[in-house]
Structure formats: structure tokens, C-alpha cells
Write a protein that binds this ligand. Structure first.
Ligand SMILES: Cc1cc2nc3c(=O)[nH]c(=O)nc-3n(C[C@H](O)[C@H](O)[C@H](O)COP(=O)(O)O)c2cc1C
Ligand code: SF4
Length: 448
């Protein structure tokens, strides 16, 4: 049985580990911030000089760390889009909206180890010349927001925040902004609109890439809670050492949330790609209920394309001599990493693995998911606003037993006209993918 690889969750759940600064300091808390602030400039072989912040940015680039919010974009590349010669302020926003159904990892960090998030965030801000940052937290997370506020007050009292942090000359303020509870507030440009006090209508990209035209029209970095925690560990280990964890294209660890038809739903931190879906289900989440068989897995939050048990998935692996070999694996043998899940036709997304056994009625499952998306569409784009509602209504009718023979094609027709870059934000894909994949893979249940 594989073990968890607890880097971010190292202390979480240990007896007596409290979410306060004394506990955090007793466990070497803020040592990585001290290390980051003390990094001296170095001269590269080519003659370029990297100051301390640039060295951290370089380590994050070397680490290959991908964002943990859903899109999996490399953090170092995102940070490299910031123009440090700008005369505008640079902002950093921690995305703590955690809105993707099936995902419950960020709130564990916020509730049980808030100072780890703050330490990662302060390091990321220092690295990117940020002096004002925000934590955008989902409105429903009331205890989480309180805990974070207490942690911010404690950090300020210990001079880890505020003016002249630890005598380094570096100043930073972090504010908490509570959202009003809408899925679309998790989308980074919708989030920025909301933070500016407006309706969370996602912005059109280009031109509104946050790194260029973000909060108040200024360069802005938006990163997920877990990504910012990982930055602390990149500084602790060094980028090259972090890149040794996981896989070459998806390095590090990930906190995977397993839910649905398993005996012990929960969150598990694994080395990416070193654990299969089967091990997540059986070894970590206690396996299926007695007498049940696996039917399908949604591997990356409700918007990820569903994968059917019994199908074979083609994976390419590199042999030690560099040659590529193709092999076919069963669903449960798929390693949990971005490349493998993409080859299987889905994604890791927000790392929420939703398990469905043979008791699941796929029409009801999809009706449930589609109702959520129809409710959460912000309404700016016609295909998403109208299409999500039409799909939801058709699925509710099907679930009531009033299906028509042509419904499967009707649903696919709508989904295909929402997805494919026709909308302002990726929500369009998010509401279409579950319909496209579930109808295609379980067509008999939609036509029978
Ligand atoms: C509809 C939608 C909802 C999203 N919800 C979240 C969310 O709740 N939390 C999150 O971190 N990212 C969410 N994202 C992704 C963000 O837009 C953004 O990519 C992410 O916060 C960047 O952080 P990362 O690079 O560290 O992953 C969502 C994206 C979309 C399209
Ligand atoms: S795709 Fe949907 S959620 Fe995104 S902007 Fe358009 S209508 Fe709003």
C-alpha cells in the first residue's frame, strides 16, 4: 500500500496541533520566510545578477510547480508575466473561494494551519514586489475567515506582516475579503471584479489577463491556497529538489479529495503520479461499499470529464533509453497526474475525485451536476446562460422518467455549442464537459 506524502499536511491532524502562532512557531513556522528575506543577491554564470526576490521567482520556475486551483498553469511562468519595471502597484490575491463541487482541501489548510498559508503568501508577495495582498474567501466559510483574521493579527504582532517585516525593510499588508458565495467568484477575473465591489462578471481575455490588467487595472497574481503553501516548501527544499517529487511534467505533491461512493471519504496528500486512482479509492478512501462495483470516476471536480470503469486508456511512458512506449491501462491503474488524466481524456482539475458505484443512475447524477451549473452561470454569454438552463431542464425531465428518444443528441448538440471557446470564461467548458462525457459514455442510460 502506498503512503501519503505529507508536505503541506505534515502537521495537520497531529494531536495537539492548533491553528495558532505559538503552535506554528514550535514547528519551525516562519523559518522559510526568514530564509527568503535573507537570501543575498547572486551572479549567474552569464553575468546577470539575481536579487533575493528574483532568486525565489527562479526557484519557483525551476520547481515546475503547477497551480492547484484547477487550470494547472505553472506558477513560475505566471509570475514571469509580471513587469517589474511597472510604476503601478503589483497585487497578489489568494483564491480561497474553493467552489468546485467535490473539493474540500483549501478549507482544511485554512482551518487547521492558517499560518502556513500566510507564510507561503508573504514569501510569494516578497518575491513579486507586492506590498498589498488579499485573501478572497468564500462567503460561507465564516469560521475560516475568522481564523484567518486571527492568524493575520498574530502574524502582524510578531512582525511577520506590516511595515519593515523582521527588520528587512520589506512592507506588506494582507486583507481578507469575504465573497458572497457564488461559483463564478472562483474564476480569477470574476473574483477580481467582486473584489472591486462589482458583480463577479468574468472579464474578456485578452486584454484582461490579471498579470497585465488585474485588480484596479494593475498587474495582479492570482494563486490558489494550496499553490501558495507549496511556494513555502519550494523555498525550504529548493526548486530542483521539489521538481524531483511527482512527475517531470507535474512535479510535487497534491492534496486529493476523494468523495462519493467510498467508505472513508477524505483528503490525502500524495506525490503526483506515484499513486493510481485505484490506490486512492481502495487504500486511502477505504474502497467501495460491500457488494458494489465501480461504475465511473470523475477525477478532477464536477466539471472534469467522467471516466468509465471497464474502459482501457492509452498511456505513453518514456523508457530509461528515452524511447516512448504506449500501454493500455484500466481506469483504476491510471496514475494520478496531469499528463495521464489528460491522455485518458479528462483532467486533475481541482484534484477532487468523485467515485460512483453501480448504484448510480447516470441521468440523475448528470441532472444534479447540470442543475448546479445552470444555477451558477453568471449570464453574460448567451450560449452558457441559455444552454446550461436548457440542459438542466431536459435532464430534470429525463430524471422524472419523461425522456424522449432524441434527448441524448439534443443534450450533445447544446453542449457542443457552448464549449470550444465560445464563451468569455472557462465556465462554458465546465458546464459542457460533464454532459458531453456522461452522455457519450453512458448513452444507453439516456436513450433506453
Ligand atoms: C468557473 C471557474 C471556477 C473556479 N473556481 C476556482 C476556485 O474556487 N478556486 C481556485 O483556486 N481556482 C478556481 N478557478 C481557477 C482560477 O480562475 C485561477 O485559475 C486560479 O485561482 C489560479 O490559481 P493557481 O494558478 O494557483 O491554480 C476557477 C476557474 C473557473 C473557470
Ligand atoms: S461562460 Fe458562463 S459563467 Fe463565464 S462569463 Fe459566460 S455566462 Fe458567465
Amino acid at each position: 500500500m502506498p503512503d501519503e506524502y505529507r508536505l503541506i499536511l505534515k502537521h495537520i491532524d497531529a494531536p495537539g496541533y492548533a491553528p495558532d502562532i505559538d503552535t506554528y512557531l514550535r514547528h519551525d513556522g516562519y523559518a522559510d520566510l526568514k530564509k527568503a528575506l535573507a537570501l543575498p543577491p547572486i551572479t549567474l554564470p552569464a553575468g546577470a545578477v539575481l536579487d533575493g526576490p528574483a532568486r525565489i521567482r527562479n526557484e519557483v520556475r525551476l520547481s515546475g510547480l503547477r497551480g492547484r486551483g484547477g487550470a494547472g498553469f505553472p506558477a513560475g511562468t505566471k509570475w514571469s508575466f509580471i513587469d517589474h519595471k511597472t510604476t503601478k502597484p503589483i497585487y497578489l490575491i489568494c483564491n480561497a473561494d474553493e467552489s468546485e463541487p467535490g473539493t474540500f482541501k483549501d478549507r482544511q489548510i485554512i482551518h487547521k494551519d492558517p499560518h502556513q498559508l500566510l507564510e507561503g503568501m508573504i514569501i510569494a508577495c516578497y518575491a513579486n514586489d507586492v506590498h498589498l495582498a488579499y485573501i478572497y474567501i468564500r462567503g460561507e466559510f465564516i469560521p475560516g475567515a475568522r481564523l484567518l483574521q486571527r492568524a493575520l493579527d498574530e502574524a502582524r504582532a510578531h512582525h511577520f506582516l506590516g511595515p519593515n517585516i523582521l527588520g528587512s525593510g520589506y512592507n506588506l499588508e494582507i486583507h481578507i475579503h469575504r465573497g458572497a458565495g457564488a461559483y463564478i467568484c472562483g474564476e480569477e477575473t470574476g473574483l477580481i471584479e467582486s473584489l472591486e465591489g462589482k458583480r463577479p462578471y468574468p472579464r474578456i481575455k485578452p486584454p484582461y489577463y490579471p498579470a497585465v490588467l488585474g485588480l484596479y487595472g494593475c498587474p495582479t497574481i492570482v494563486n490558489n491556497v494550496e499553490t501558495l503553501c507549496a511556494v513555502k516548501h519550494v523555498v525550504a527544499m529548493g526548486g530542483a529538489a521539489y521538481a524531483q517529487l511527482g512527475t517531470p511534467t507535474d512535479p510535487g505533491t497534491r492534496i486529493v479529495c476523494v468523495s462519493g461512493h467510498v467508505r472513508k471519504p477524505g483528503y490525502f496528500e500524495i506525490q503526483i503520479g506515484q499513486v493510481t486512482l485505484g490506490q486512492l479509492v481502495s487504500d486511502f478512501a477505504g474502497g467501495l461499499r460491500d457488494g458494489r462495483k465501480l461504475k465511473a470516476i470523475i477525477p478532477g471536480g464536477s466539471s472534469a470529464k467522467i471516466l468509465r470503469a471497464g474502459e482501457k486508456y492509452k498511456l505513453k511512458t518514456k523508457r530509461p533509453d528515452g524511447r516512448e512506449i504506449e500501454r493500455e491501462v484500466a481506469l483504476l491503474d491510471l496514475p494520478y497526474d496531469a499528463e495521464s488524466l489528460s491522455a485518458a481524456g479528462s483532467m486533475c482539475g481541482s484534484a477532487a475525485v468523485i467515485v460512483l458505484d453501480d448504484s448510480a443512475d447516470m441521468v440523475s447524477v448528470l441532472a444534479n451536476i447540470s442543475e448546479f451549473y445552470a444555477h451558477e452561470s453568471c449570464g453574460q454569454c448567451t450560449p452558457c446562460r441559455e444552454g446550461s438552463l436548457w440542459m438542466s431542464k431536459a435532464l430534470a425531465r429525463l430524471a422524472r422518467g419523461q425522456g424522449r428518444q432524441q434527448d441524448a443528441d439534443y443534450l450533445l448538440h447544446i453542449a457542443n455549442n457552448i464549449s470550444g471557446g465560445r464563451t468569455i470564461c472557462a465556465f462554458g467548458e465546465a458546464c459542457a464537459w460533464p454532459v458531453q462525457s456522461t452522455v457519450a459514455k453512458f448513452k444507453d442510460e439516456f436513450t433506453g
